[in-house]
Design a protein around this ligand. Structure first.
Ligand code: UD1
Ligand code: UDP
Length: 378
């Protein structure tokens, strides 16, 4: 890839835990190259253990602007972010706005910029679950179609974008989650004391995360998911650690749901502690996008508690299995994945995604004027 030649004034919009983590390598790359940027936090996530802890641990600069939007219905939350980001864009007049992933913050950042004819770069473009009931799927599709730079992680996601007629703006970079995992997995192994704190032996526990609206907001689905994981834990004599997302906790409280004994709820963890659990669990059960990717990267077999995934590469390489929510299927999937040798190839790149993104953004030509430098990092 070319080295930088033109400084670019960037606005970075983020708002949730996974965006903070996956933007961290990009922010670091901007700092290293002295590319001017304005960091805008929408405030979609605000609980310290979903927000501040990551700024501290990943040594990120404090946001330049905090919109303080908080939780609300999709329309109200997105509208408040849209209004707030637009104000910043009037003020800063950036060359490009960068957004990451598929949250409401991603949508608001991209839409505010596109309406002002400011270029949009979408990091982690091209993912598709083909399930429009997921709010994230709508966000992904809309953002990809209004973005000028589609920084897509894999050849699979490039194909999805090509099929949607977006070939002239695709840049295959790998996923910045690989950059983050590479940068922090060894530090986690060295510094994290979470195994001792929770009294866990490597390879002797399962990790669970579940927070998706379509799973935890419906009592029957949430119950089914917990029962399936607990049955597998009972059958195999291991316990399950579930760092609980506040959305899931609020549903447990509202439903007055009794969590099975085999599942231990703990507070959301910081990145190093979470990486440590991901690396040492016998198996991960999840509905998270980032966890499907990270377990694949770290060599831990994964069972996904959903019927679709926008990360099919993890299934193709044998790192992940789509179980759905029926307890029988969850137990079957657990049996299939437990003890699986992690000899798969990681499909999300080589840990240099942020570097490629910055190379592209600071290159002298406009993204739509030239050929696609679709460097594939696999
Ligand atoms: C959002 C994203 C989802 C992503 C997840 C990452 C959308 C549509 N969803 O889901 O794609 O996987 O973030 O974790 O953008 N809450 C708190 N503290 C917080 C944030 C939320 O207590 O800091 C609680 C509130 O009760 C809130 C609920 O969680 O109503 C849901 O929060 P919200 O930001 O709407 O969606 P997430 O489920 O976090
Ligand atoms: N994560 C974390 N602590 C936790 C749970 C998750 O640091 O207790 C990290 C995890 O390593 C991954 C990201 O959060 O990088 C995934 O975020 P989440 O599951 O909230 O969202 P999704 O990826 O599903 O959008």
């Amino acid at each position: 890839m070319s080295t930088q030649s033109t400084p670019t004034n960037v606005v970075i919009v983020l708002g949730t835990r996974p965006e903070i983590i996956k933007f961290a390598p990009v922010i670091r790359e901007c700092l290293d190259r002295e590319v001017p940027f304005t960091l805008v936090h929408t405030g979609q996530h605000y609980s310290p253990d979903l927000d501040e802890v990551f700024f501290d641990q990943l040594e990120l600069p404090a946001p330049d602007v905090h919109l303080g939007v908080g939780s609300d219905s999709h329309g109200k939350q997105t509208a408040a972010m849209l209004e707030g980001v637009e104000e910043v864009l009037f003020d800063v007049e950036p060359d490009v706005v960068l957004v990451q992933g598929d949250t409401n913050s991603t949508l608001a950042g991209a839409l505010a910029a596109a309406k002002l004819n400011i270029e949009v770069g979408h990091i982690e473009a091209g993912l598709r679950s083909f399930d429009r009931e997921m709010p994230e799927e709508t966000n992904r599709v809309v953002v990809d179609h209004i973005a000028d730079y589609l920084f897509t992680p894999t050849s699979e996601t490039r194909e999805y974008l090509e099929r949607e007629g977006l070939s002239d703006r695709i840049f295959v970079t790998g996923n910045t989650v690989v950059d983050a995992a590479h940068q922090y997995a060894d530090v986690a192994a060295e510094k994290s004391t979470v195994l001792d704190e929770l009294g866990l032996e490597p390879g002797e526990f399962y990790l669970l995360t579940a927070h998706r609206a379509e799973n935890v907001d419906q009592l029957d689905r949430f119950t089914s998911l917990l029962d399936g994981v607990a049955q597998f834990a009972d059958e195999t004599g291991r316990e399950v650690v579930y760092p609980i997302h506040p959305r899931a906790q609020s549903r447990i409280d509202a439903f007055d749901l009794e969590v099975p004994d085999a599942i231990r709820l703990v507070e959301p963890l910081d990145f190093l502690d979470f990486l440590r659990l991901e690396s040492t669990a016998a198996l991960a059960f999840t509905d998270s996008g980032g966890v499907q990717e990270e377990t694949c990267i770290l060599g831990t077999p994964c069972v996904t508690l959903r019927y679709t995934t926008e990360r099919p590469e993890t299934v193709y390489v044998g790192a992940n299995c789509l179980a759905g929510l029926d307890p029988v299927d969850i137990v079957d999937a657990g049996r299939q994945m437990l003890g699986k040798r992690p000899d798969w190839d990681v499909p999300f790149g080589d840990g240099r995604a942020a570097e490629r993104i910055l190379d592209r953004l600071t290159a002298p030509t406009s993204p739509t004027a030239g050929a696609i430098p679709a460097e594939t990092p696999q």
